[in-house]
Write a protein that binds this ligand. Structure first.
Ligand SMILES: CC(C)(COP(=O)(O)OP(=O)(O)OC[C@H]1O[C@@H](n2cnc3c(N)ncnc32)[C@H](O)[C@@H]1OP(=O)(O)O)[C@@H](O)C(=O)NCCC(=O)NCCS
Length: 232
């Protein structure tokens, strides 16, 4: 069952402006050529109850929030294909990092054109291990970029922030402006990982962005929990 972002169901929790394609309310405002095949070839019906944005330009755009468990094999394959198209170096280990949480899906004419996921992990900030909603695999199909779909994905994922003590992500170079324009703050302090051998610095990591209502020192240390592959 899709947990869809529907204006009438979530009017109290999802500000109308949060579905704006470029400037979510209450926030600091916030490639390659189009190809065939992959996600585009496996066209599917949108999830039940997904939100079709109003207006002539967006009437065929449907947004939904779906847990990994409810994506099904075709939905999983669509996400994997889209991310493979969007990123230059997307592998199965990276795909694994995006599973086990909630996916924001943007479909245009029933084709998946943008995706992002939030998964649970722990970050140690200020000496406390916080419940973190970690954003993974934000991607827009190369043929559908510059239309605000990544903003739409982020707006949908950010509605889940109340379920966590902190939200975090690691930005690609091209993704930095997306997150900073939405009010995500670049972490300036030293980063480490709690590896099986103990806490290990990750000094090359300089693109961690955090969003939280807690008072935190963005110049202090930050530690993430362990996982296979890229830890951040
Ligand atoms: C980054 C990405 C998701 C943006 O998708 P999109 O749907 O085109 O983004 P939007 O139209 O919502 O625009 C988001 C912001 O990114 C900027 N942007 C988009 N493409 C850009 C590009 N090629 N170069 C520089 N900035 C770009 C937009 O100007 C916009 O900035 P603003 O918020 O200041 O207005 C997309 O380019 C992509 O999939 N890239 C490859 C995967 C990747 O790096 N993902 C981010 C992982 S952290």
């Amino acid at each position: 069952m899709d947990l869809c972002v529907e204006r009438h169901r979530h009017a109290g929790r999802l500000a109308a402006g949060a579905l704006d394609r470029r400037r979510p309310s209450g926030r600091r405002h916030a490639g390659r050529p189009a190809g065939r095949g992959g996600a585009a070839a496996r066209s599917r019906r949108p999830g039940r109850g997904g939100l079709a944005l109003a207006g002539p330009e967006t009437a065929r755009v449907v947004i939904s929030l779906v847990h990994t468990a409810h994506l099904g094999p075709h939905g999983l394959a669509d996400v994997r294909d889209l991310c493979g198209l969007a990123f230059d170096d997307y592998d199965d280990a990276t795909f694994q990092h995006a599973l086990g949480g909630t996916h924001a899906l943007v479909r245009h004419d029933n084709v998946l054109v943008a995706h992002g996921a939030v998964v649970l992990r722990r970050l140690c900030i200020g000496g406390r291990w916080l419940r973190c909603g970690w954003i993974e695999s934000v991607a827009t199909h190369p043929g559908h970029r510059g239309r605000g779909y990544a903003h739409t994905v982020m707006a949908a994922l950010e509605t889940l922030a109340p379920g966590y003590e902190v939200m975090g992500l690691c930005a690609s170079d091209v993704g930095r402006s997306l997150y900073s324009s939405r009010g995500w703050i670049l972490w300036r302090g030293p980063a480490s990982v709690l590896s099986p051998d103990g806490v290990r610095p990750t000094p090359d990591e300089d693109s961690i962005y955090v969003q939280t209502r807690r008072p935190v020192d963005f110049d202090g240390p930050i530690v993430c929990d362990w996982r296979e592959g890229e830890v951040w």
